[in-house]
Ligand binder design. Structure first.
Ligand SMILES: [Zn+2]
Length: 313
């Protein structure tokens, strides 16, 4: 991500780290660049429109042609009445993004000059020297009145959000169910003979989302509770998986499942065996920590973008 920031800055664009979006104002027109790692769509938009309505058709034609000449890299390009939007298809893992941004900007600049475009608001489409705002997890070019409307809507959301009280009993139930899911996943992957590294991470993530789903609202306490609960369940899952391992080793001698389980404490204190256990389950602890870090990052990020409304440019 830091790499993207440098690339944006090298071509004079600003970069919003929370949303991984770039922005710039060129000749008063607001440009935004949205890098979507999920869809691999990289979207360059410019909030502008022709003053003369009759120019719209020929501008649309030019946009169509621009896109069709670059079929391999451009997925779609349109003018939606308020913005020229170019959707690039980037398959590279670590792409150089400056080229497609520069290509977009020079083509959009051509449209602006050729078809007499003026800056406008990306929300209402009115001609206006719109500013670029970061609004929660998005960035947008808004006129003053759309800015105030959005601000009011966010204030309303914040009020409603504050009315929601975290339901801790249900949240804990959610964390328990999530943690149980993680433990079961651990046991299943362990029974299949190969401990899946990922299963440990899922334990924490399941617990986190379990709490959030049933508890209605995540809090710092909820975060700590859900990660603790899921860790306990992961340990229980590991304990059970060790029992199953012992049972598998001794069942041919006629021992039962419960007898095998009674041996777990002895097994766990046997230095020779313990080394093997640690080796087998170590990956689970590591991935659990990684999963927990994802949850903490998610919580932190959500908190940062919640009701965020700042002027970027
Ligand atoms: Zn507006």
């Amino acid at each position: 991500m830091a790499n993207y920031q440098k690339q944006f800055e090298s071509i004079g664009f600003g970069y919003d780290t929370l949303t991984a979006k770039g922005y710039n104002k060129i000749n008063g027109i607001s440009f935004t660049v949205d890098l979507n790692p999920n869809t691999k769509d990289y979207i360059v938009s410019a909030a502008c429109r022709p003053v003369d309505e009759t120019a719209v058709a020929s501008m649309r034609q030019a946009i169509q042609q621009f896109a069709s000449e670059r079929k391999k890299v451009i997925k779609n390009a349109v003018f939606d009445g308020k913005q020229i939007i170019i959707v690039w298809y980037i398959a590279d893992i670590a792409p150089n993004i400056t080229k497609f941004i520069n290509d977009s900007v020079s083509f959009i600049n051509y449209c602006i000059n050729q078809f007499g475009c003026v800056p406008c608001c990306a929300s209402c489409g009115n001609e206006s020297n719109a500013n670029i705002y970061a609004i929660e997890n998005n960035i947008a070019a808004l006129c003053e009145s759309c800015f105030y409307n959005t601000q009011n809507r966010l204030a309303g959301n914040m009020y409603k959000e504050n009315q929601i009280v975290t339901n801790y009993p249900l949240g804990i139930l959610g964390a328990v169910l999530g943690g149980l899911g993680g433990a079961v996943l651990w046991i299943i992957t362990s029974l299949l003979g190969k401990i899946s590294m990922i299963a440990g991470a899922f334990a924490g993530i399941f617990g986190y989302f379990g709490f959030k789903k049933l508890g209605k609202k995540m809090t710092l306490q909820g975060l700590i509770i859900s990660l603790t609960v899921s860790f306990i369940f992961l340990l229980a899952g590991m304990y059970f998986a060790i029992g199953v391992d012992i049972f598998n080793a001794v069942k041919e001698y006629g021992f039962t499942f419960s007898e095998a389980f009674e041996w777990i404490p002895d097994y766990l204190t046997d230095p020779e065996a313990t080394g093997e256990i640690i080796y087998n389950h170590f990956a689970g602890f590591i991935t659990f920590i990684l999963g927990a870090m994802c949850c903490i990052f998610q919580y932190n990020n959500e908190k940062k973008v919640k009701n965020r409304m700042i002027k970027l440019m």
